[in-house]
Design a protein around this ligand. Structure first.
Ligand code: SAM
Length: 264
């Protein structure tokens, strides 16, 4: 696993430096006061004022700092050192009180108190970087205080088995395991030149995630599926009237993302 962590953190460190300049993350707007969260997240999570929120895999902290703007006392954690450095710089420029930890998610308990957080938040593009979802959910359980909330907003695993080239499913939705990718660019800019292009992600169907959460002891409260995603992952996606990217007409409607709430 150490080898995969090294490969993936190299991929993310290079991307973090590109992302801080990207239009997608629009850091200037964030520094000026923007809230980089989706309306449904704010509604489903509810009031965060004075709540202790831990954002696992926080990347450059744009969502973490947005929760702070809504009143939460935030901690972000990520294994990409470049991401953490950028998150701290944004927090300083935006004068937002926050705490950022450089750590592998599996080592969160070395840095964070158990039974401490009111909310553990995980956001789009995170879980498929983890090889062991049961180990991850057991850690989340320990981090939460009694009645604490796990909130996930993620890509729906069905959207991750879409073909790169044409609107069709070209991989096995039920496959559980690692997949090696080797591709230039990033989701913020597919044409950008990059050096560290190998990365490993872990495919798994939605039931694997939900069952891991439930087995860890958390009680499932909500599971929503939504059509359309925020960025143009494949060239054939088209934008709908809400600005979200969906498959072209005739392909059929399938969930692109989901949200999940579970309580300790
Ligand atoms: C797409 S970002 C998710 C955050 C957010 N939705 C965003 O777009 O900024 C995924 C993050 O997961 C982090 N990551 C991947 N594997 C990790 C691990 N094992 N431990 C900690 N962080 C990890 C990466 O460094 C990256 O910053």
């Amino acid at each position: 696993m150490d080898k995969e962590i090294k490969v993936n953190s190299r991929w993310w460190n290079e991307r973090a430096l590109l992302h801080k300049k990207s239009r997608y993350y629009n850091i200037n707007k964030l520094v000026k006061g923007d809230i980089r969260l989706r309306d449904f997240e704010i509604k489903e999570v509810g009031n965060v004022e004075e709540k202790k929120l831990l954002h696992l895999q926080c990347h450059i902290g744009t969502e973490t700092l947005s929760w702070a703007r809504l009143g939460a006392s935030v901690t972000g954690l990520d294994f990409s050192l470049e991401s953490i450095k950028i998150a701290k710089k944004i927090a300083k420029d935006a004068k937002i009180k926050s705490n950022f930890i450089h750590s592998n998610v599996y080592e969160s308990l070395k840095h964070c108190e158990v039974n401490f957080f009111d909310i553990v938040y995980v956001s789009v593009g995170s879980l498929h970087w983890l090889d062991n979802i049961s180990k991850w959910s057991d850690i989340v359980y320990k981090l939460l205080k009694p009645n604490g909330l796990l909130y996930i907003y993620e890509f729906h695993p069905i959207s991750l088995v879409l073909s790169e080239i044409r609107p069709e499913f070209d991989r096995d939705y039920f496959f559980v395991g690692p997949v090696l990718w080797d591709e230039e660019g990033s989701y913020t800019d597919s044409d950008i030149k990059t050096k560290n292009n190998k990365h490993i992600i872990w495919d798994r169907p939605l039931c694997e995630i939900v069952n891991a959460v439930v087995k860890s002891g958390l009680k499932l409260q909500l599971l929503n599926e939504r059509h359309g995603q925020e960025y143009k992952q494949f060239s054939y996606l088209v934008q709908n009237k809400n600005g979200l990217w969906v498959s072209p007409k005739g392909f059929g409607v399938f969930p692109s993302t989901y949200t999940l709430k579970a309580i300790k």
